[in-house]
Design a protein around this ligand. Structure first.
Ligand SMILES: [Zn+2]
Length: 247
């Protein structure tokens, strides 16, 4: 799943088009069905930014295009006229570059759903504010579910969640009420640092994410994986250094 940092990279990739009057077209039927292309065609692209897991493209006249990439959506920037195979949902063509949006799955005008998003972890967010927001939410929820709730904090996906839990030695199976403020702050700070580095193009090694049955880099015990919570997302953790019931 694209996480906040990959959305920030997509926003950075599209910057060369900012300030340009773009030609817009959709060749993919689902892209065509969104009705977006005729609304933005011929308008100046005034800005592109990532907020949580949404990419917002602001056009002159107050038109805002919202793109959510979920698992498979992609934005690419190529030289204008580069041959392509397949049909993008949307093409935004400037004088030199063109941006192509592949696989949707959400392209919509307006930013209404964003009003429900919590603070973006990659903006200069105060970690203690997010800890307070977590404390105001359902105490019986699993900590892993609460940290993925984009209404509490926007931007964390399954990969950074797994890595942050491992870093703070917290089992994804613990309830929010059994996790201390210090542990929550340690996870959020780690996720914020790692995601910022990743947004800047740095690669980091993963300790547990998609490493089921491989040895934990800290203690050598085999990594566990299992679907957790209502969404049944796959969690990865070390049962030895992230115990469900710490001393
Ligand atoms: Zn371990």
């Amino acid at each position: 799943m694209p996480e906040g940092d990959s959305l920030h990279r997509a926003a950075a990739r599209l910057q060369p088009l900012v300030g340009e009057r773009v030609e817009a077209e959709s060749s993919h039927p689902q892209g065509l069905a969104t009705g977006v292309a005729p609304m933005v065609d011929g308008r100046v692209l005034e800005g592109v930014e990532a907020i949580g897991k949404h990419l917002l493209l602001r056009f002159e006249g107050g038109i805002v295009l919202r793109s959510h990439l979920r698992m498979r959506g992609r934005w690419r920037l190529e030289r204008r006229g580069t041959p392509t195979r397949g049909r993008p949902w949307l093409v935004l063509r400037g004088s030199v570059w063109e941006a192509r949006q592949w696989n949707g799955p959400v392209l919509a005008l307006g930013e209404r759903p964003l009003r429900r998003l919590g603070p973006d972890l990659l903006a200069e967010t105060d970690i203690s504010d997010i800890v307070r927001r977590l404390r105001r939410s359902d105490r019986a929820r699993l900590v892993g579910e609460a940290l993925l709730d984009q209404r509490i904090v926007a931007g964390i996906g399954n990969m950074w969640l797994a890595e942050a839990l491992w870093h703070a030695r917290v089992s994804p199976r613990r309830c929010l009420q059994d996790v201390s403020d210090e542990e929550l702050a340690a996870m959020l700070t780690f996720a914020q640092e790692q995601m910022s580095a990743s947004a800047a193009g740095k690669r980091s090694l993963r300790a547990v994410y998609r490493k089921a049955r491989r040895p934990c880099p800290r203690c050598g015990a085999p990594i566990s994986s299992r679907g957790l919570g209502e969404a049944n997302r796959i969690a990865y953790w070390c049962p030895a250094c992230q115990p469900d019931h710490p001393e």
